[in-house]
Design a protein around this ligand. Structure first.
Ligand code: GNR
Ligand code: NI
Length: 168
């Protein structure tokens, strides 16, 4: 397995819209395993392929404390089951160090392919519903900072650009 580099805001590659996975192959499963390893090491509760500069519609997630409940979603599509919105302090491995309250639907139904290419559907709520929507946003080139005011987003961008300059 291997750790993958995670792109950081405002890297323009994070704005790429990912393409559907055509065939779930051994290479797909290797990518999934490396993404899971990268997510656990970070540590994070989700990771979209976009964040590791692979522009395919694939994400991994594990909200368990023990890191023993990995979930894989290939070509995910979701529907809102309950229009009730909830706020949650979201963070992002591509926006390190910043947490902001984001409002999203709290109950969704997701259809996707699993790591063997078999279709499945699952209803999600709570943190899993939030995380899945956050990851699908990544696959569409969207980041949680896009829900903030332009002023807040600019402040975050400036701070991260400065950090990235001093680290380079
Ligand atoms: O690790 C993560 N935590 C998190 C917390 C609240 C809402 C969403 C997330 S996802 C994030 C990992 C990440 O950046 N996934 O894209
Ligand atoms: Ni993220």
């Amino acid at each position: 397995m291997a750790l993958l580099e995670i792109l950081a805001f405002p890297d323009p590659r994070l704005r790429t819209r990912a393409a559907p996975v055509k065939d779930v192959t051994k290479a797909t499963r290797t990518l999934i395993d490396n993404m899971l390893e990268t997510m656990y090491a970070a540590p994070g509760i989700g990771l979209a392929a976009t964040q590791v500069n692979v522009h395919q519609r694939l994400l991994v997630m594990d909200v368990s404390e023990a890191h023993d409940a990995p979930q894989v979603f290939i070509n995910p599509r979701f529907e809102v089951l309950d229009p009730e919105l909830g706020a949650y302090d979201e963070g992002c491995l591509s926006v390190p160090g910043f947490y902001e309250s984001i409002t999203r639907p709290q109950k969704i139904s997701v259809s996707a392919l699993d790591r063997n290419g078999s279709p499945f559907s699952v209803n999600l709520d709570g943190l899993e519903a939030i995380c899945l929507q956050h990851e699908v946003d990544h696959l569409n080139g969207k980041l949680f900072v896009d829900y903030l005011s332009p002023l807040k987003r600019q402040r975050i961008r400036k701070k991260l650009e400065k950090e990235q300059r001093t680290r380079a």
